[in-house]
Design a protein around this ligand. Sequence first.
Ligand SMILES: C[S@@+](CC[C@H](N)C(=O)[O-])C[C@H]1O[C@@H](n2cnc3c(N)ncnc32)[C@H](O)[C@@H]1O
Length: 346
Amino acid sequence: MRQILHLQTLPLAQRVSLKLSTWRDVYSTQQLTELVRESKNEWKSLLGLSNTSEVKVRVSCYKSKMMHTKGIETAVKRGLNVTYDDDGVEEKGEEDYLFILNNKRNKVTLSIDTSGKPLYDRGYRVAGDAGKSPLRPTVAAYMVDKMLERGRRRVGEEKEVNVLVDPFCGSGTICIEAGLLLRPMMLRKRNFAFQQWPGYNRGVEGSVKELLRKRGREQAFKIVGVDRDEGVVEAARRNAERAGVGDLMEFRQGVISDLTNEWGDKGMVLSNPPWGKRLVEGGREGKDLRNLYGRAGNVLRKEFGGWEMGMLTERKMWAQMNAKKTYGEECFIYGGVKPSFVWGKL
Ligand SMILES: C[S@@+](CC[C@H](N)C(=O)[O-])C[C@H]1O[C@@H](n2cnc3c(N)ncnc32)[C@H](O)[C@@H]1O
C-alpha cells in the first residue's frame, strides 16, 4: 500500500495498476470466467468488491486465440459476479473499479487500477485557465525531473542549478510541476481509487509523507514563468495557487525578445515553445516559427549562456537551434504528434 501510494506521485505515470492474477494458455471465455471466479477469493475482500459494484474492464489482445474484447469483458464480469450487459451497450457513469486485462499470446494478466482519474488530471488546471495548448502535467513533471536529476548529479559542485525559467510558460504547467516536485505532498491532495478500498490502511500515509518530504527540495530554488499573453499569465498564477505551490513561483507578462537574465549563471531554461499554426501570430507555420525559434536562440544564448536547457518541440531541429550543445533527446507520442524533448547547454 505504501508503495502504491508513493508510485502515484512519480513523474510520467499515467495510472498505477496492481497485478491480481496471471494465467497461461487461456483459449476460451468460459475458461477465463472460471479462472476469474476462482482467483477473486484471494483479493475480493481487499477491494471490497460486491455484486452491485460498477465495474469496467479494459481489454487489450495481441496474437491470441481470444481476440473479441467485448466477449472477454463479459467473461470477466461473469467471473466477478457483477452485473453486465452482453448486448454490446457500453455502461455509462463512473465505475467503482477499473479492471485491466491484457491477453498476449494467450497469456492473460488481470490487474486493477489503483489511481482512479488518470494521474495527469491533477485538478489544478480548470477549464478556462488552460491556455491555448497546455502541456500534459505528467510530461512536464518528467521534463523537470530529468533536468533536476542532471542538476542533482552535480550537487556539491559549484554549478548546481538553482533557478528554472520557462519563457513560454502558457498556463504554467512546467513551473507548477517543478513546484510539485519540490513540494510533492501537494500531489496527494487528490484521492486515489485504492484509498476507498476496505483493505486500505491509512497508517501508510505517515511514512509516505516522510518519503515525499525527503524527495522535495524546496530550498533555494527559484521558479519563473514568462509569456507574452497577459491573460494566460493570470491563469498560470491561479493554477499555481490551486496546486498549492503559488508561493514558490513568479509569473510575468513579457516577450522572449525582451527577456534578460536577472538570476546569475546557475539556472535552467525549460519550456515548450509554440508549434503548429494556431499558436503563431497570423497563423502561418514554417517561416514564423523559424523566426521565433531563431530570436529565442539569440536571446537565450546571449543572456543565459552556460545555463542548462530543455525544450519540447515538434521538430528537434528547432530545439537544436537554441542550444550551444545538446546532450540528449527523447521522443514522446503525444497529442497526435511526436514531439522531441531535447536537453543541452545554452
Ligand atoms: C505551447 S504554449 C506553452 C504551453 C504551456 N507549457 C502550458 O502548459 O500551458 C506556447 C506559449 O508561448 C507563448 N508565446 C508565443 N510567442 C511568444 C513570444 N514571442 N514570447 C513569449 N511567449 C510567447 C504563447 O502565448 C503560448 O502560451
